[in-house]
Write a protein that binds this ligand. Structure first.
Ligand SMILES: CCCCCCCC(=O)SCCNC(=O)CCNC(=O)[C@H](O)C(C)(C)COP(=O)(O)OP(=O)(O)OC[C@H]1O[C@@H](n2cnc3c(N)ncnc32)[C@H](O)[C@@H]1OP(=O)(O)O
Length: 224
């Protein structure tokens, strides 16, 4: 697992986001447009050529491999390539997760045509992915270290129509490095999918105490 630090201030990150988020949003709009367009085939060919030209221009300077999860100087993670929450990932809806004082994590997201499984309904794998992320978020924030999914159990109660959905996750207990979490995905009428996870903080990660010490040391370096 690649843990790298980037020496970026909050202002520098905000400046990057101001450029990156609209770009990713444009690509999301493109994905939706390609799915639903009814323009003639010749126009599609022309669109492909123009998209290929844009892709080639972005490939002029390309990071090797994936984006990874760099950490800023105050140890904020930047999971910008993440499939569920990544601000650089047009495949991500993206989920914007709020963490609350009572330990719950919540999110509201609109799932459009790109997330279809059965006609007009959310793909089950997408529901599982979003719930998995919510379980990971609730467990990791509550635990103070990143927690990986050990076991994920998903129950589909009824079909989820495409559109706005709400997600909520809460930790129900912990045992050693294991954190037990429950989550639900709801449409306007209530839960459509529920999930239970056993999330595990991997043995080779720094402990919450070690992370707190690293964070304090990095902050002191910057203040000096
Ligand atoms: C903010 C971050 C949000 C991220 C959200 C995204 C969530 C994800 O999608 S994570 C990606 C998917 N998950 C993975 O790839 C995980 C792959 N598996 C692994 O890396 C490891 O097997 C891992 C981390 C689960 C456990 O490894 P390790 O640290 O060596 O655990 P280990 O020491 O064997 O076991 C620790 C405890 O966990 C339990 N455990 C281990 N694996 C599992 C499992 N798969 N299911 C349930 N419990 C498990 C063990 O039984 C043990 O329990 P106990 O202390 O009671 O004996």
């Amino acid at each position: 697992m690649d843990f790298r630090l980037v020496d970026l201030s909050a202002d520098e990150i905000a400046a990057q986001l101001a450029v990156v988020e609209p770009l990713t949003e444009s690509v999301r709009a493109l994905i939706d447009a390609v799915i639903r367009t009814e323009v003639p085939d010749d126009d599609l060919d022309d669109a492909r050529r123009r998209i290929d030209a844009v892709t080639a221009s972005l490939r002029a300077a390309q990071k090797p491999g994936s984006y990874g999860v760099p950490f800023t100087r105050d140890f904020t993670g930047m999971p910008w390539g993440n499939a569920a929450v990544g601000v650089r990932n047009a495949i991500a809806p993206p989920l914007r997760v709020d963490h609350h004082d009572d330990g719950t994590a919540t999110a509201r997201v609109r799932l459009g045509a790109a997330y279809e499984g059965p006609a007009g309904l959310v793909h089950g794998g997408i529901s599982a992915m979003l719930l998995d992320q919510m379980l990971g978020e609730a467990a990791s924030v509550g635990n103070g270290t990143p927690c990986f999914t050990g076991t994920l159990t998903v129950k589909y109660l009824r079909p989820t129509p495409l559109g706005d959905v709400d997600l909520r996750a809460r930790t129900t207990g912990s045992e050693g490095r294991k954190v037990f979490v429950r989550a639900e995905l709801c449409d306007a009428d209530g839960p459509t999918v529920t999930a239970e996870g056993i999330m595990v903080s991997p043995r080779n990660l720094p402990s919450p105490d070690q992370i707190a010490k690293l964070r304090a040391a990095t902050a002191a370096d910057h203040d000096a």
